[in-house]
Design a protein around this ligand. Structure first.
Ligand code: 4AD
Length: 559
């Protein structure tokens, strides 16, 4: 049978159009490749002859052999590509169907808590128990890691006390819930807890061989999976927006675990030292550390503030209780975004009665070293600190003591300039950057003392030897800078009244504070330690934003 005549197809590189035209003389294609592909090579292809004189009208000539060969190769490659894509789509469809089928099958597998087995004893994941004879236990936790193998599912659980490796095998691994298990789902597992060799990667060298499990709360997978929501190396702001989920990360939560251990250690140390804990108010009508960082609000038509420090209230308590302390929130309307400033922070404050300035410094060393000893004696906390800050060592006592005037000289000797890029002069407020440089170079705790009266708060006692300066102290730590601010308090009534005037503070709202100087005054002093900064130092964190549960700073009050 004669083969049907091949059609004539026309191509004009200048005026043709590939997609819109049909390849006739009136509507030519633009490229040989496209024309060839449309007809699968089964046509006679003509291109416009560019040499022919325009007055003779459009002339066509057979397409060049080289161009046709190139087009044939291209068409061949396209066909192969399409074939592969098609194959892949078919394979994916088959796989999807077989997955769906497998999941439908999996749904049919029903597991039961076998009543003939010994009753499962409820334990926490880090609880130590006898493994011989093998006990049957029940645990609850969230899935932090999982690995699938044929008929086996390894699941690592987390419950806050620790971690446990669990093995779901056979039918359990083939159930619908096991097949679709997602990270962060909460799950109950019963089974036999068995020892594993210590070279196995299993917490506490043991593994739970499940005989039953139940999903308590399934976490989303796919797009919404926690791994898509929280990326530890991602943008810091996004990570803070997702902090409610980011807290589940081991490194983040271990800083917060150390935090509670440190708070507990402070309470323990204060108890040992016979300090009495009091709880001053957060809503106040007086300032302590200058008006510029006050959060003001309307309190039943009166002006009030969120407290900047509980110090003045601690001073009211010493006549009743002797030495006192508190662990409360303080608030500062800081207008800067540094790595050590928060708007809301936890302030550990102490006030000591009938002391000298030197007593205050000795107490601070004793307190900090005592707290560190308590914390490091707790194995879980110590191991977290070791992981977070491997080079941490207990500070040597006594801490280095340095007068403000000597620090000014030290900064100039080391060519560290003030904020105006000038050499430091007596009276300068040592800025954060200069202070940190100095602390990092000296690289040990420093008690920086005797700051000039003008740059310190109104209540600070003047040094009897040199009234230009106060009996004040900042404790500076490498990597962070100031973590404590403290001083002796002005205890003379007249002097305090003058200090209010000098600082432009109306004395009337402070009547209760002033009265302390009238009703049996005493040489006394105290300090405030920023818990977040202490932790940034101890756990080697770049910023105090990482040492609190939900940081608050300029521009962030969520979540
Ligand atoms: O030096 P400060 O302002 O001292 C006082 O408030 C005293 N009235 C305390 C007292 O004597 N009872 O603050 C004390 C400490 C600082 O050394 C720092 O650790 C911390 O509180 N601190 C802050 N921490 C985080 N963010 C802020 N904005 C902070 N402001 C102060």
């Amino acid at each position: 049978m004669a083969s049907p005549a091949k059609p004539d197809i026309y191509i004009d590189e200048e005026t043709g159009l590939d997609h819109e035209n049909s390849g006739t003389q009136e509507k030519p294609y633009k490229t040989v490749q496209y024309a060839y592909l449309q007809k699968n090579g089964e046509a006679s292809f003509f291109t416009r002859d560019p040499e022919s004189p325009p007055e003779e009208g459009v002339k066509w000539k057979p397409a060049a052999k080289a161009a046709l060969k190139k087009a044939a190769n291209y068409a061949d490659a396209q066909r192969k590509k399409a074939g592969k894509a098609n194959e892949l789509a078919i394979r994916e469809k088959q796989e999807q169907e077989s997955r769906e089928k497998a999941l439908e099958e999996a749904k049919k597998i029903v597991i039961k808590d076998d009543p003939s087995l010994p009753e499962a004893h409820k334990i926490q994941l880090a609880e130590k128990i006898q493994l011989d004879p093998t006990p049957r236990v029940q645990v609850i936790g969230r899935v932090m890691r999982q690995a699938k193998q044929k008929n086996m599912l390894f699941v690592r659980l987390r419950d806050g006390t620790g971690y446990m490796q669990c093995l779901l095998a056979g039918d359990l691994a083939n159930t619908y819930h096991a097949q679709t298990l997602t990270l962060e789902s909460s799950i109950l597992i019963k089974g036999q807890l068995k020892a594993v060799p210590s070279d196995h990667d299993a917490p506490m060298d043991r593994e739970l061989h499940a005989d039953y499990f139940e999903i308590i709360g399934k976490a989303p997978g796919g797009e919404d999976a926690i791994t898509n929501k929280v990326q530890m190396n991602g943008d810091a702001q996004t990570l803070l927006d997702m902090r409610h989920l980011a807290l589940r990360n081991e490194a983040i939560s271990s800083v917060l675990y150390v935090r509670q251990a440190v708070e507990h250690a402070f309470a323990t140390k204060y108890w040992e030292l016979d300090f009495v804990k009091v709880s001053p108010p957060a809503l106040v009508q007086t300032q302590v550390e200058g008006g510029s960082t006050l959060f003001e609000f309307d309190y039943y038509n009166e002006k009030a503030y969120l407290t900047q420090s509980s110090q003045l209230y601690l001073e009211t308590a010493i006549p009743s209780f002797g030495n006192v302390y508190c662990i409360e929130k303080s608030f500062r309307a800081e207008k800067s975004l540094t790595r050590r400033h928060l708007s809301e922070y936890t302030h550990i404050e102490g006030e000591l009665d009938f002391i000298t300035f030197d007593d205050l410094l000795t107490h601070l060393e004793d307190l900090m070293c005592g707290v560190l000893s308590i914390v490091l004696a707790h194995p879980r906390t110590a191991s977290m600190i070791k992981k977070l800050n491997p080079d941490f060592t207990m500070p040597e006592r006594p801490f280095k003591r340095m007068k403000y005037s000597d620090a000014i000289q030290w900064l100039n000797e080391h060519d560290i300039k003030n904020e105006d890029d000038q050499p430091h002069v007596f009276g300068d407020d040592i800025a954060e950057a200069a202070e940190r440089k100095m602390t990092d170079i000296i690289n040990k705790p420093i008690f920086l003392t005797h700051f000039p009266t003008e740059i310190k708060a109104f209540y600070m006692q003047k040094d009897p030897q040199d009234p230009r300066v106060t009996e004040s102290v900042d404790c500076l730590m490498p990597g962070v800078g100031e973590i404590i601010g403290g001083s002796m308090r002005m205890d003379n009534y007249e002097e305090l009244m003058e200090a209010y005037t000098r600082n432009g503070i109306p004395s009337e709202p402070y009547y209760w504070y002033t009265d302390l100087r009238r009703y049996g005054t005493s040489p006394h002093g105290g300090y405030g330690l920023g818990l977040e900064r202490f932790l940034a130092w101890l756990c080697k964190q770049h910023t105090v934003r990482d040492t609190c549960l939900f940081p608050r700073y300029m521009g962030r009050c969520k979540p």
